[in-house]
Design a protein around this ligand. Structure first.
Ligand SMILES: [Zn+2]
Length: 289
């Protein structure tokens, strides 16, 4: 109950109207005796690509371009932020909420939800896994974009493991969870979890060409004027590791470096814990490198 009270639900950005693609008839997923306990309206919240992050702004920095490209390809996209970033040196949780809303509109997210976990102190334990499992079962993504498994900020690595574990456990039928109305949720396991690369460099398993949407990605990052360099943000607050112009330049350089690997201007990098299988070569970037 405490978790329910703490949860902060940000405004939704449009409706998710498509009926869910399930992995077979619903009757095969739910036992007949308790089928009536699944609310049909709750089955309509289907997101194809869901990015999960420790803090509002992580997604913008690391995988916003991929989300926007998928949206351009007709997919439903969403973000679940684990915390409100309330321990950030600059700004406040309320200001961060507003910045996240602006960024969500720039990215044209179909949904953005904040789970209200404690910044700096959430754990990869049963309580937090169950909280995230509820969100995964609510949105039923095919692909989850997750925090790095290790990084400068310890929240990022911990989030990476929490997200991986919750995605797996979410597929186990005997772990029962209920939605906000107390209705039983169906189990759901995303097909792939891809970890985006954050501050510390890791060799990606693959990179995604985001050249076409890179300007909008920068716009989404700059929506966090309390966190990153901005001439408009003139409060008397200390500089941080991420608030200097050099930090933003390093972000652009990282994307150029990933882009160069495949012969494009800008790309985002991802690590897959499991083998990626392909069924055709059509989506490969066909440039000389
Ligand atoms: Zn972060």
């Amino acid at each position: 109950m405490a978790a329910k009270v703490r949860r902060k639900q940000l405004p939704r950005f449009g409706r998710v109207d498509s009926f869910p693609r399930t992995r077979g008839p619903l009757m095969l997923q739910a036992s007949f005796s308790n089928y009536h306990r699944f609310a049909p309206s709750r089955l309509r919240m289907k997101i194809d690509v869901l990015a999960v992050a420790a803090h509002p702004d992580d997604v913008e920095l690391c995988c916003a371009g991929t989300l926007m490209m998928e949206k351009d390809h007709g997919k439903k996209i969403g973000v679940v932020d684990l915390t409100r970033g309330e321990l950030g040196t600059r700004g406040s949780a309320e200001l961060r909420d507003r910045e996240a809303t602006v960024a969500a509109n720039i990215m044209q997210l179909d949904v953005r939800e904040n789970l209200g976990m404690p910044d700096g102190f959430f754990k990869n334990d049963e309580q937090h896994q169950r909280q995230l499992i509820r969100a995964i079962r609510k949105y039923r993504p095919e692909i989850v974009l997750a925090s790095s498994l290790a990084d400068r900020h310890p929240d990022h690595g911990r989030a990476g493991h929490l997200i991986s574990d919750a995605c797996f456990l979410s597929g186990l039928q005997k772990i029962e969870t209920v939605d906000i109305d107390g209705m039983l949720q169906l189990q759901w396991r995303p097909r792939y979890v891809f970890h985006y690369i954050q501050d510390r460099y890791f060799q990606p398993s693959f990179v995604y060409d985001v050249t076409r949407v890179f300007d909008r990605k920068l716009e989404a990052i700059r929506a966090y004027s309390s966190q990153f360099f901005s001439r408009e943000y003139d409060r008397d607050e200390p500089q941080t590791y991420i608030s200097t112009p050099e930090f933003l330049n390093s972000i652009i350089g990282r994307h150029q470096m990933f882009g160069k690997m495949i012969g494009v201007a800008y790309a985002e990098g991802f690590i897959s814990e499991k083998m990626i299988g392909v069924q055709n070569f059509d989506s490969f970037v066909q440039l000389d490198t």
